[in-house]
Ligand binder design. Structure first.
Ligand code: APR
Length: 229
């Protein structure tokens, strides 16, 4: 059975209507990344940060999986392939498409985390800076999202899957944020074939054995059809 590790980024959810990050003006939904995606930004202005993630949580809940998410779920159902999705996305569109083996290395919008005691629980549709942690009672609740300067989740598990992979496929990511941007080299060094499926060449596009460029909703179903035929 071929072992496939699929890395996904914002580009796979773009056609579901969820905006990607790296707009040319360097802003993210009109906010500076330092203000809304760092622990320092949250400590400075938790009201703004909760408002920002409440809006993103609502947008994600209203979005639906597109043909790229659905094709990956179908691939997982094929008995000839063992598929692990490692996503940088905080939406749950892979799960809603039917994928079961998904690692959210940058956390999820559906999770809440206590910054004081580390307790985790399902996030309500709207979080507020006045919410108390159900475990310790502190008013230090935050979205369970990995911000810049923080360690992504489940890295040991991810590296071990990359070392064992026969094929590594990167979908819809600009290749700007490490450690995910380095996965292609990790997998390649360990002997995997590597494939990029992205709208345009990513920063590390040359590191892939093969790169195909176009919208994920077309490229991903086409690739899945090829390897399942
Ligand atoms: N199909 C395929 N690729 C697409 C599509 C599409 N329809 N639309 C956009 N893309 C590509 C873009 O060309 C770009 O290369 O998706 C990529 C999105 O890049 P980013 O916005 O940088 O997103 P991502 O790589 O996931 O960002 C990584 O950075 O801000 C942090 O934590 C955040 O997880 C995020 C991380």
């Amino acid at each position: 059975m071929a072992k496939i590790v699929v890395l996904t980024g914002a580009g796979i959810s773009a056609e579901s209507g969820i905006r990607t990050f790296r707009a040319s003006d360097g802003l993210w939904e009109d906010h500076r990344i330092e203000d809304v995606a760092t622990p320092e930004g949250w400590l400075r202005n938790p009201i703004l940060v909760h408002r920002f993630y409440n809006m993103r949580r609502k947008a994600a809940a209203e979005a639906t999986p597109n043909p790229a998410h659905l094709a990956l779920a179908a691939l997982e159902g094929d008995p000839r392939h063992e598929v692990l999705i490692v996503t940088q996305n905080v939406d749950d569109l892979h799960e809603r498409a039917g994928s079961q083996r998904v690692i959210h290395m940058h956390g999820t919008l559906t999770g809440a985390l206590c910054h004081a005691c580390g307790f985790r629980w399902p996030a309500p549709p709207e979080m507020h800076h006045t919410d108390a942690c159900p475990a310790c009672g502190a008013h230090t609740t935050r979205p369970d999202i990995v911000w810049f300067g923080e360690m992504p989740y489940r890295m040991e598990e991810i590296w071990s899957a990359l070392r064992a992979a026969d094929l590594f496929v990167s979908i819809g990511t600009s290749g700007n944020v490490y450690p995910a941007a380095g996965f292609v080299q990790d997998a390649s060094r360990a002997g995997a074939e590597t494939l990029e499926l992205n709208l345009d060449p990513s920063t590390g596009s040359d590191w892939f054995d093969e790169a195909r460029h176009g919208p994920a909703s077309e490229l991903v179903p086409q690739w899945v059809r090829e390897i399942c035929s």
